[in-house]
Design a protein around this ligand. Sequence first.
Ligand SMILES: *Cc1c(COP(=O)(O)O)cnc(C)c1O
Length: 387
Amino acid sequence: MHIETQLAQIGTGKDKVAGAVNFPIYPATAYRHPAPGESTGFDYTRTANPTRSVLEEAITVIEKGDGGFACASGMAAIQTIMGLFAQGDHLIVSLDLYGGTYRLFEQVLSRYGLTFSYVDLREPQLAEEAILPNTKAILVETPTNPLMQITDISAIVEIAKRHSLLTIVDNTFMTPYYQRPLELGADLVFHSATKYLGGHNDVLAGLIVTKGQELTEKIRFLHNSIGAVLGPQDSWLLIRGMKTLAIRMERHQENALKIAHFLKTHPQVTEVFYPGLDEHHNYEAQVKQASGFSGMVSFRVRHASQVPGFLSNLQVISFAESLGGVESLCTYPATQTHADIPVEVREKVGVCDRLLRLSVGIENANDLIADLDAALNASCKSEGRES
Ligand SMILES: *Cc1c(COP(=O)(O)O)cnc(C)c1O
C-alpha cells in the first residue's frame, strides 16, 4: 500500500468495540486480566497502551522497521536509545547537530562516561577516520539543523557495518514521507514527532523505529524501563496530525522551493541553504536517498545588526522556536536552538550571527514572500542602508 494511504488510515479498522473510524483514547493505566496467567495484551500503560500501540504500529510500517516506540519528546527518544550504551563507549555524531542533542551528550551523558566525536559527515571517510577501539555507533542527522548539510546515509551504513557499529538516524527534518533510512541499511531511526509528524505546533512527542528483532527487544526493554513514554491523549493527537502528513509535506516543499529561489535573488541575503537547490553541497546524495527536500530553509543576511529589525518586521511569519507546523516560523539559531553550544564551536560549524532559519508553512507562498521581502527591506533601512 502507498504511504499516503497508510498515513490517512492510521487506526482505521482497529477499534473492535464500536468500529470507530478514528481509534479512541484509552486513558486507563491498568487492565483487568481475564484469569491468572492470561492477558488482553495490556497490563500496565507504561509497558503498552492501546492508543499508543496504534501509533507505534503505524510508524513501524511507515518507516519499514520491525518495532516502533512512542516517547514523551524527541529528547526522550534519544535518551532511550542512548540506554543501549555503557560507560566508556564512544559515538561518532554529526558536527552540525540539533542543539538539544548536543546539550544532552555534553552536559548529561558525558557524566555517565560516554564520549562523542563531532564529525563533518558530509565526507563519510572522516567518520571512518574517527573510529576508536571503543566506538559503538554513528549518529547521523541529515539534513542537519540549521545548515541543511546532507550526509550520504548508505555510505555511512557501509562504514558502520564494516566496523560492527550501529547506524542511528535523526529523521526529523525529512520524515518517512521523503526519506526512510532503515531501507538504506540504518539500524535505528528516531524523530522529534513534535515537528512535521505532529505538524500543528501542538503536541510534544518522539518516535523510535528499530530494525531487527534483537535491537527491537533491547529498545522495548529500555522504553519500558526508562519510562519516558508518550501518554494516550498525545498519542491520539499525533495520530491525528500524521494522517495529513503527505499533503502537508508536498505543500511545505513547494513553498520552500519558491522561497529559496526568492531569497537567492534578494540583495540583503548573502547565502541560502536548501537541499532542493541543485548547487547545494551533496545535492546528488539527497536526490539519491530521499524523494524530496522538505520545508526548511536557512539563509544569511548581510549584517548581524539587521537581524533584530528583520525579525520585528515579520507580520505573517512568527519569530518562534520549533518547526514543521502548518504555520511558518522563523528562528534565530545563535540565540535560540543553538544557545547552549559554545560560540567558538557554533561559529566553526557555520551557525553565525547572520544566520536565520525558516520553517516554511503551508500558507500561500506569495504571502510569505511578500512578508520576507518587506522585513528584509525594513531591516536594511533601520540600519541606515538602502537595498
Ligand atoms: C526538535 C528536535 C529534536 C528534539 O525533539 P523534542 O521533541 O523537542 O524533544 C531532536 N532533533 C531534531 C532534529 C529536532 O529538530
